[in-house]
Write a protein that binds this ligand. Structure first.
Ligand SMILES: *Cc1c(COP(=O)(O)O)cnc(C)c1O
Ligand code: SF4
Length: 368
């Protein structure tokens, strides 16, 4: 089950690739080792195979020190749990509805103007709440022929102006492969933007080599980067340096986080996370309510609590530091922004506003 590198593609590594692949190998992928370290009980080991059938195990090297120090905000994300064996009635295999919008393997075309490209399904860490666990660590990388068919599809769809490279973890591909992918995307005239969704900045910071930053910089189409990060403590010294390398190299960074019980479901934890993002020039973009992936109920808090939590951030963070809370609803209907209603129209025609500074209510009438 555990995958240690590209297979289908010819493997030619530069020195930077060799460095990050050594760091990748420093993660923990073995349930026995996890039990030996005391992160799970010895009695839980006999369920390891059933858990791994749902999602493979990989605790990234970057997370080990925090887990050893007892940091639940990190441990809960990567250390497998028996809770994953409980599948609730509403949980489904493909919770965000990729499959109904997949013209071919590895491409999701849900919004008219954007496509999501999934070239690679393995990751530097296996996050226990992963919403693509039906594919992640299970499917093979796309072959050259499959990619060629995808580029032909995008070329035939002039309405597509952005290609989002996601996965799995796209940064598990070598520099050479990524350079090739970027060149192929950039060659399509109507594609204006490239976006990368990755966890590598915090969980495999060695991946952000100077060679790689140079590669992004040489892209003829602008590249935006979305950092997946859920806890302030993921910002290790190495992760902060990796973020600086990208921003200094001209790549704008956004963040997306998943609201996870026991990881970041308090106001203080969210404030610490987003404040540290801002200090690193990472703009908080989305906060995802956890998708209905199989075996993930233990990560969810009630949606109304999630809405109340996020409304408390407003007034405590700069406006550009508050991410949008979104729910990717089942069936592939997209990400729906959800939030507190700050303004309500009364029967009198007046509007009642709630202040984000002090919670007070004000009535205002607008003559039109
Ligand atoms: C999340 C997602 C996008 C990107 O949505 P944005 O709101 O632009 O961040 C695009 N396509 C698919 C299939 C997605 O799941
Ligand atoms: S890095 Fe992303 S795709 Fe990979 S396991 Fe984590 S959430 Fe899933």
């Amino acid at each position: 089950m555990v995958f240690n590198g590209p297979t289908l593609w010819e493997l030619r590594l530069n020195d930077g690739d060799k460095t990050w692949r050594r760091a990748l190998a420093g993660g923990v992928v073995d349930a026995q080792e996890i039990a030996r370290r005391g992160w799970i009980l010895a009695s839980e080991l006999k369920h390891a195979a059933a858990i791994e059938a749902g999602l493979a195990i990989r605790v990234p090297k970057e997370a080990i020190a925090a887990i050893e120090a007892g940091d639940a905000s990190i441990a809960k994300q990567f250390v497998p749990s028996l809770n994953e064996l409980t599948i609730t009635r509403s949980e489904v295999e493909d919770p965000v509805g990729d499959v109904p919008h997949q013209p071919m393997r590895g491409l999701v075309h849900r919004y008219p103007d954007r496509v999501l490209l999934k070239p690679f399904f393995h990751c530097a860490s296996y996050c226990r709440f992963c919403f693509r666990r039906f594919q992640v660590a299970k499917e093979k990388p796309l072959s050259k022929d499959e990619l060629a068919a995808i580029f032909a599809y995008i070329a035939q769809h002039p309405e597509v102006t952005e290609v989002i490279i996601s996965g799995g973890e796209p940064m598990m591909m070598t520099d050479r492969r990524l350079a090739c992918l970027l060149a192929q995307i950039s060659a399509i005239p109507h594609v204006e933007l490239v976006r990368i969704h990755s966890r590598a900045v915090t969980l495999l910071p060695e991946r952000i080599t100077p060679e790689f930053v140079h590669l992004l910089r040489s892209s003829s189409k602008p590249v935006w980067w979305v950092v997946h990060i859920n806890a302030a403590n993921e910002w290790t010294a190495a992760a902060c340096d990796a973020a600086r390398r990208l921003v200094d190299g001209g790549v704008p960074l956004l963040s997306q986080s998943v609201l996870l019980k026991g990881v970041n479901n308090t106001v203080d934890q969210l404030l610490a996370l987003f404040r540290q993002c801002l200090r690193l020039r990472v703009k908080p973009y989305y906060l995802h309510y956890p998708d209905l992936a199989r075996g993930t109920h233990h990560f969810r808090i009630p949606l109304d609590e999630a809405i109340a939590l996020v409304s408390e951030l407003r007034g405590k963070l700069p406006g550009y530091g508050v991410p949008e809370l979104v729910v990717d609803i089942p069936g592939g209907h997209g990400k729906v922004p959800v939030g507190k209603r700050w303004a309500e129209r009364l029967e009198s025609g007046e509007w009642c506003f709630t202040s984000p500074c002090d919670g007070s209510e004000s009535l205002v009438h607008y003559e039109i």
